[in-house]
Design a protein around this ligand. Structure first.
Ligand SMILES: [Zn+2]
Length: 347
């Protein structure tokens, strides 16, 4: 019998959704669990495919926790735990910037707002093309590190609704691997959109539900899962398969709906994030085939990357062939959430 959650979908509001994964104990940030219940349980929305946490966690609880500094991460440029992983992360951020630049070329003096700017890595990359970096970041130490690294710009330490920025001030709004940690990502995306100029673009990456459901199945549910955990642990940490601070893990449909609810229009979307090595190559190939044959419905990669803008009328350049995973043959993302849903079925 499938257990149903009493919590509604955090993106589309759908109810009576099944619980699909659970791990305990919940991971800690310093000495507190990410979810106050002490376990991490996920629900899959039957309407939009979103994977969301089955928890009574509040916005205040999350913000308090996320503002706490972790001593071992001080002095790094990202939140990665080793220097090698930090190098990989920086090259991924560089790739993201290359895609964004092909959609909207930067001019000297353009301004960037990086939401969840961490220790300033992405702002530092954009700065090399004459773009002025700014950020929003909850961790006070990361704020200081960013300002020192950039030598200019403003990093607001606190909720975006209180940030000292003007409407339409930015030509680029970005947020990489951050919205999944937030209580209300639609509202935050709306706020970033309000700060964006008419000809500006927003680029976001969030974790993919298809990938994490597969990962949970292969490490927890299939007959050889015990062998997999022992011999091929990948990036599992302390026996955890899931990432316990993700409030939402997005399907292509739930990401599309989130963008539309924020009053934005999708211009580009693609699965990204398979890292190097043999498994990465196989993963990229499978992801490409699934993306193609599912008509851009299944994102079998760690993350979903998208670029959106405010206006349907504004003309953006078509991204040409890019390194990594560029599966977008057509100019525009095909259809709204409702159109996609009726064409593809639920999810
Ligand atoms: Zn939903």
């Amino acid at each position: 019998m499938r257990l149903l959650s009493c919590h509604h979908c955090r993106i589309c509001g759908g109810t009576k959704n099944p619980i699909v994964a659970s791990e305990r104990p919940c991971a800690l940030w310093n000495d507190k669990p990410w979810m106050p219940e002490g376990h991490y349980t996920l629900v899959r929305c039957s309407t939009c495919g979103n994977l969301y946490v089955d928890s009574d966690v509040t916005k205040e609880y999350l913000e308090r926790l996320q503002a706490e500094s972790v001593p071992k991460l001080e002095g790094t440029l990202t939140y990665e735990s080793t220097a090698a992983m930090e190098d990989v992360r920086n090259s991924e951020l560089q790739q993201n910037w290359e895609i964004i630049k092909k959609i909207r070329s930067p001019s000297v003096g353009d301004k960037l707002l990086d939401f969840g700017s961490a220790y300033g890595a992405f702002g530092n990359i954009a700065k090399k093309d004459g773009v002025k970096p700014n950020g929003v970041e909850l961790q006070a130490q990361a704020v200081c590190a960013s300002i020192k690294l950039w030598g200019e710009g403003v990093v607001h330490s606190g909720p975006i609704e209180n940030a000292p920025f003007a409407e339409g001030e930015f030509q680029y709004g970005t947020s990489f691997e951050t919205l999944e940690h937030l209580y209300d990502p639609v509202e935050v995306l709306k706020q970033i959109g309000a700060l964006l100029s008419k000809d500006g673009v927003i680029a976001i990456s969030v974790p993919s539900a298809d990938y994490f459901l597969f990962k949970y199945w292969i490490y927890r549910k299939q007959p050889f899962s015990g062998w997999m955990r022992k011999n091929m642990p990948g990036n599992m940490q302390e026996g955890r398969v899931l990432v316990h601070n993700h409030i939402n893990t997005f399907s292509v449909n739930s990401v599309t709906l989130m963008i539309e609810k924020a009053g934005l229009k999708v211009k580009y979307i693609s699965p990204i994030g398979w890292r190097g090595g043999y498994i990465g190559k196989v993963g990229r190939l499978i992801a490409y085939l699934l993306w193609l044959f599912s008509h851009k419905r299944i994102a079998f990669a760690p993350s979903i990357f998208f670029v959106a803008n405010k206006s349907e009328n504004h003309t953006l350049k078509e991204p040409k062939r890019m390194s990594g995973m560029n599966y977008n043959k057509k100019r525009d993302w095909p259809g709204t959430f409702e159109e996609r849903r009726s064409r593809n079925g639920n999810q």
